[in-house]
Design a protein around this ligand. Sequence first.
Ligand SMILES: [Mg+2]
Length: 147
Amino acid sequence: MAFNILVADDSETMRAVVKKTVEMSGVPIGEFHEAANGKEALAILENNWIDVILSDINMPEMGGMELLRTVSASEDYKRIPLIFITTESSEARMEEAKSLGVAGYIKKPFVPETIKAILYEVLAKAYEHRLASDMPHRDDTNSDMDF
Ligand SMILES: [Mg+2]
């Protein structure tokens, strides 16, 4: 079974980079959804089954912290791990994110290996039962994609 992924970032370029990086990571992707802010992300959650969220923090309309707060407080969505990909690196922000149950924290700029490592770690923790048969090796068909 593949994973449905939601990426929220107000930068279209950043969303494309994250998407490419996730594709290259070898994680089996089902659907890939994109949102430009927290509100759009919530609308996507309402209408689609999402397995993991990769979100920016600083976004107009609704930022990542509020998105995380909403997801964590929702009976329907709290099962979904959320990983921040952000330029925010203050201890206070990281502590806040942790207290709200963030699954992972990646600082921009990132190297692809960091996203890959954290995504695998988070998926392994949340979906252990799916792993044995589904997680492909790094040398899979996706590895010849380049930026
Ligand atoms: Mg931003």
